[in-house]
Design a protein around this ligand. Structure first.
Ligand code: 5RP
Length: 233
């Protein structure tokens, strides 16, 4: 078995995560993100629940986060009981500092993440400082979640919008499946000048469930890097 190499940004992710978790107050309903940075948020909230008696209820953005939240002793709720969340805290793959627009979904959880973020009064993003870009798409592919039936046609149409499209696969070559048992198409568009227009065009393709452009959703980003913590609103 090969060991996972240590993450050089882990300490920065943890600093940003602890700062963001301090925004959570007693009685709040909280959306819990997915990924290596959000994992530190869930761990810190779990610590506060156990050690400080913080009373929260949470909705996770993936089955992985659900498992971690349960292990941490964080009480979970549902949208049936809790249609609106006070705050959601999640990571990002790219952050455009001018607009706080994001690309998310390299961890495969973009659909539940967008549902949770859109139900939150405050959507706070945590990351290490390497996630800043001048234009979305500069470094990362845009993940697009599509239903398995007819995915080849969806991929072709994403290509017609200008993307180089790769269906995401597991190490053994099988298709990566999301929590909703859908596929992910990783779409390299390059730097996006009109992400709103692109997002609309992607959603017009029949078979697309959601894309990883989170536009005008974040109210605050908290990042940490060699220069310290930076908060943008
Ligand atoms: C998962 C996500 C993650 O928030 C994003 O990939 C960032 O992950 P990390 O904190 O591990 O860099 O969108 O779908």
């Amino acid at each position: 078995m090969t060991a996972t190499p240590p993450d050089p940004a882990a300490a920065f992710k943890q600093q940003a995560a602890i700062k963001a978790a301090s925004l959570v107050q007693d009685g709040m309903a909280v959306g819990l993100g997915t990924g290596s940075t959000a994992k530190f948020v869930v761990a810190e909230l779990g610590r506060r629940v156990r050690e400080e008696g913080l009373r929260i209820r949470a909705i996770p953005t993936s089955s992985v986060t659900e498992k971690q939240a349960k292990e941490e002793g964080i009480p979970l709720t549902t949208f049936g009981e809790q249609p609106e969340l006070d705050i959601a805290i999640d990571g990002a793959d790219e952050i455009e500092p001018r607009t706080l627009n994001l690309i998310k979904g390299l961890g495969g959880a973009l659909l539940w993440e967008k549902i949770v973020a859109s139900a939150a009064k405050q959507f706070v993003v945590v990351a290490d400082a390497s996630k800043y870009v001048d234009h979305l798409g500069a470094k990362c592919p845009l993940p697009v979640e599509v239903i398995p039936f007819g995915w080849e046609n969806v991929a072709r149409q994403l290509g017609e919008l200008g993307a180089h499209v790769t269906p995401r696969r597991n190490r053994d070559g099988s298709f990566y499946l999301t929590d909703e048992k859908n596929l992910i198409m990783d779409c390299v568009f390059g730097p996006m000048m009109e992400p709103e227009k692109l997002g609309r065009s992607i959603l017009e393709i029949v078979g697309v469930v959601e894309h990883g452009l989170f536009l005008h959703m974040a109210c605050q980003t908290i990042t940490a890097g060699p220069e310290g913590i930076r908060i943008l609103t």
